[in-house]
Design a protein around this ligand. Sequence first.
Ligand SMILES: *Cc1c(COP(=O)(O)O)cnc(C)c1O
Length: 348
Amino acid sequence: MKSLQELVRPNIFNLKPYSSAHDEFTGEASVYLDANESPYNSPYNRYPDPYQRKLKEKVAELKEVAVEQIFLGNGSDEPIDLLIKAFCTPGTDNIISIDPTYGMYQVAADINEVKVRRVALTASFELNTKALLDAADDNSKLLFICSPNNPTGNSFKREEILEIINAFQGIVVLDEAYIDFSSKKSLLSEMDQHPNLVVLQTFSKAWGMAGLRLGMALASKEIIGILNKIKYPYNINILTQEKVLDMLNDEERTKRWIKTTIEEREKMARELKKFSFVTTIHPSDANFLLIQTLDANELYKFLVDQKIIVRNRSTVALCNNCVRITIGSPEENQQILEALKQYQTMKA
Ligand SMILES: *Cc1c(COP(=O)(O)O)cnc(C)c1O
């Protein structure tokens, strides 16, 4: 890879960040008159810890990384935006992404006036490693890979992801939002050997905390230092910091949820196979199934009439007539199967 100084935008590399009251004094005191806070309405009158130290200590333990290798954001959407801001000069630099994939990379790039070079997956949804690397030029700063991928559900081969990390001159952003449901291991363990790897994970999916908004970027302490420099000073509010910390202490409960979701995913795949309007069930390492049907628009409308909402992905590259079905609770999954039986009867 190129050096960080070559990759980061010069104005960001040289940026002197905002220094908050909490930055200038970090010890314990009995009287705080430094931040123009109200003395009333404790504990919400105080600004939150800008670096979420307590929460990060717990996350560090959970992910087996150092506290300095963790950035916490308002969802993983925040680090996606900050990475583009930090590395890509608007109107000049570009990012590379697979297609189809998660829509936020494109949106964040568009907002930042950064071009996206999209490289199609193969027909069986595998990485086109050579085409991804060939798409890069001197202004390609970031390369986004989502594995397990949304909306296709499959994970990519570890050796192929590593091949890209080794060959790409910029930063590889590996989005592992669905890693907890995957049979494949996280690439987090490769982070120390690969300084151009940023891994994104989130508490929105397996941990069931989408409403609390907490995502993370895990990377070298140099890259995390850059993200810390450009984030809003108090990006994670007190309620989220406390509630997440509390819930992280019950890892066993999350493991049970994951186990049930995976069992339900396999059950759903078996049941969906029985319907003649389902033409393909794509293998999934995530908490959803992408299925190809005879008529996705018709099926989608039928389910909406039954008050069941799935995601119609039929306009997405390589996903003609596909719908994405999230794996719900056993009861919810039973409900959609009943509705699909009715649809099948109607079609016969
Ligand atoms: C759901 C999802 C996320 C999570 O986003 P948050 O902002 O953390 O809720 C990230 N990446 C992908 C690919 C997703 O599908």
